[in-house]
Design a protein around this ligand. Structure first.
Ligand SMILES: Cc1cc2nc3c(=O)[nH]c(=O)nc-3n(C[C@H](O)[C@H](O)[C@H](O)COP(=O)(O)OP(=O)(O)OC[C@H]3O[C@@H](n4cnc5c(N)ncnc54)[C@H](O)[C@@H]3O)c2cc1C
Length: 431
């Protein structure tokens, strides 16, 4: 058994902590905030608000397994719906149940809002992606990849999916990562494309149960200031450390220990997400989630009906992903309100309830992006949604990075290259 420090208690840190504890290590989790959950947490309100609307999909295998490990019944906290992208007054694309490939083909063919040429154009493009193993040149943007697709398909499917999954607008988004998301969501096992919408406050999905599970092993409101080789966390000795904090903090903590790794982690750009909560007592959407058409005066790409999801009745979360331009321009909430009034029928006039702006919601997932690796040095690992991997910044990417770091710590311990290895040699600088 070794003593392992986990710095950061978001979904990556929780995943690493649980895996390490299950493997018999003596863990301590340091979290600078007064609660666990990181970006995926609830914030004060009655009932609580989510720190930004989150959705999971059926392909989030490791996140769902982690929730189950902590005793969370996914069917109680998440509403599972077959993938559908309805717009106000339009049924949009709907995937019927069944084998993913057949469901996708049937769903596209049945999309009455698109002309036949658009439906066939999408199926031919998807067939090409499938034939090429969902791989493409690393320098391509999503807009490049989809340049030949019919305009309606780009507008109603590619652009909203891209900004929802990668939080980066299609002209600047990494096509390789987009294809990998499509592959896992649309073309892996049955149910992988299903939408899993939180029916409870976000912290109930993982952070709350993890807080109880960790108990005394958790140190909240404790910001780690310094890591020294050997390993020492603010002077306290550990055999290994998992940096599960944000990329910015991981870069700061490793600036002297591993400058090359630190530079890669510190070089990431970010994209904001703005969540505008509107209140309209007595109103309900036609579906718990609707896609919206983004435009110069229409910031939101999606809206969620929290009443329909089992949360606060009359509360609606409008999501503005890839929101850099709106952060700079200002006036996003008022523009969302005007968009909502134009596009949706309300029982009572909606009003702005709460606005949450996460300026560093996710890293900007651009073509040719360099991402830091999980291994920093023997006994020093990093975990987080920004770590190199097939996924964009998502809950599942964070959980997988946490599990990989836990495995790495275990392998180091087995090979005798934890604290002792690091103490006898210098930490590696190359990722
Ligand atoms: C508004 C919004 C909407 C999103 N929507 C979705 C979605 O629909 N689906 C999806 O899959 N993903 C979504 N995401 C992304 C998802 O929230 C993140 O990918 C995920 O939460 C990242 O987890 P993490 O553990 O890597 O990092 P974080 O959640 O950032 O956790 C890092 C933790 O480290 C702590 N910390 C930092 N420095 C220190 C230090 N020095 N000492 C101690 N603790 C420290 C922080 O306080 C934080 O708790 C969304 C994100 C936002 C912001």
């Amino acid at each position: 058994m070794s003593r392992v420090a986990i710095v950061g208690g978001g979904w990556a840190g929780i995943a690493a902590a649980v895996a390490l504890a299950d493997a018999g290590h003596d863990i301590t989790v340091f979290e600078m905030a007064p609660q666990l959950g990181g970006r995926a947490r609830s914030v004060a309100g009655e009932p609580p608000y989510d720190n930004g609307q989150h959705i999971l999909i059926g392909a989030y295998r490791d996140s769902l397994a982690l929730m189950a490990r902590l005793g969370v019944d996914a069917s109680r906290v998440l509403k599972r719906l077959p993938l559908a992208l309805p717009y106000p007054g339009e049924p949009g694309l709907r995937l019927p149940p069944g084998s993913p490939l057949i469901a996708f083909t049937r769903g596209v063919l049945a999309h009455r809002g698109w002309p036949w040429s658009a439906r066939l154009g999408l199926l031919m493009a998807a067939g090409g992606w499938l034939a090429r193993g969902f791989r493409c040149d690393a320098s391509l943007s999503v807009a490049d990849l989809c340049a030949g697709l019919p305009a309606a398909v780009k507008r109603d499917l590619v652009e909203p999916l891209c900004v929802a999954a990668l939080n980066t607008p299609a002209p600047q988004a990494n096509a390789q990562v987009f294809l990998r998301v499509l592959k896992d969501a649309l073309f892996s096992g049955p149910g992988s494309a299903d939408l899993l919408l939180p029916r409870r406050a976000l912290s109930e999905l993982l952070a709350g149960p993890a807080t109880v599970w960790l108990g005394e092993r958790l140190r909240l409101a404790t910001r780690v200031q310094r890591i020294e080789p050997g390993w020492r966390v603010d002077g306290e000795a550990f055999d290994a450390v998992v940096l599960a904090c944000t990329s910015v903090e991981a870069a700061r903590l490793t600036a002297e220990l591993a400058p090359a790794w630190s530079a890669t982690a510190g070089a990431l750009g970010f994209e904001p997400i703005i969540t505008v909560y509107l209140s309209s007592p007595g109103s309900a959407l036609a579906s718990p989630m609707l896609a919206l058409r983004e435009g110069p005066d229409a910031p939101a790409q999606f809206v969620f009906d929290h009443g329909a999801l089992g949360g606060a009745p009359g509360r609606f979360a409008f999501v503005v992903s890839g929101a850099a331009a709106w952060v700079e321009r200002g006036g996003c909430a008022e523009a969302v309100l005007a968009q909502a009034r134009r596009e949706i029928d309300w029982a009572t006039p909606p009003v702005i309830d709460k606005v949450l702006t996460e300026k560093r919601a996710t890293f900007a997932c651009t073509p040719g992006l360099q991402r830091a690796t999980g291994r920093i040095a023997p006994g020093l690992w990093a975990a987080g949604d920004y770590i190199a991997g097939p996924y964009p910044a998502t809950l599942e990417g964070a959980v997988r990075a946490g599990l990989a770091a836990a495995q790495g710590v275990g392998a180091d311990a087995g090979a005798g290259t934890g604290a002792k290895g690091a103490a006898s040699g210098s930490p590696t600088n190359t990722p």
